[in-house]
Design a protein around this ligand. Sequence first.
Ligand code: PBG
Length: 324
Amino acid sequence: MGFPINRMRRLRANETLRRMVRETRLCRDDLVLPLFVVEGSSVREAVASMPGVFRFSVDQVVDEAKRVADLGVPAVILFGIPREKDARGGGADAAEGIVQRAVAAIKAGVPDLCVVTDVCLCEYTDHGHCGIVEEGKVRNDPSLERLAATALSHARAGADIVAPSDMMDGRVAAIRGQLDAHGFEELPILAYAAKFASAFYGPFRDAAESTPQFGDRRAYQMDPANRREALREMRLDVEEGADVLMVKPALAYLDVLADARREFDLPLAAYQVSGEYAMIKAAAERGWIDGERAMEEALVSIKRAGADWILTYAAADVAERLSA
Ligand code: PBG
């Protein structure tokens, strides 16, 4: 029953028909905006490698949070950049740390905005690794206690969801245990379950000052070549009590996302990371592509592959266009 009985073009003839047969729609409810918070006041500093992205001090981040909530974005995810770093990432779980103060300020100013916190040590350690380093190696088990303490401090500050991104084994269970032991049994965990050792994190590491001072992250983040292993990682996080699973980066890992969609009933998140965002912005600045269309095409592809939530630096811009 091929041509000429079937003509695929019949339903593509005009925008009304195309609207009617469209299978995937990006909407504001899908979006989560990452925000970088720095020390100081009245700071609103552009990140050179990520056009349109800023590092805000706590007072300014509240204004930004208000703006994005007004645009209909339901959630933000916070990354803190402390003034001082040390070997064990002491700033990560400080009661008055940068993220803890930002969470409290945003929840006070914009109570309905969902505030997710990234739980990791790399922005707080002087060596830039995501865990505790001993004899030149990132040690798994000693890192768990630090990560669980960090998640608990975020919960105490008022975070709505905690999101561990370190890729240590057993950290979801360690965090769940610590939260439950302190009365936060209702607080959800968004696990960066399948996080790959990716070149696409380059601009983020500039923005967050979290580049490893020696070696790289390949002994804890996943090998980009591994698809089956990603399912094992996600299954383990489900067993440990993750409420939402994340695949990161997004565009180069849509197969992993599609696998996860088939395999799990949990909500799925995908992170369009700094490098994915920067590539589109840079090409658009040179006039080589239409930046808005390319961004939307990338985001729709992420949703089509199976993501429920999309973490993207373009969240506010896209929400603005969707509401227009
Ligand atoms: C922290 C963390 C990273 C990103 C999110 N959380 C950096 C890394 O693992 O090196 C990357 C986000 C991005 O590139 O936009 N562990």
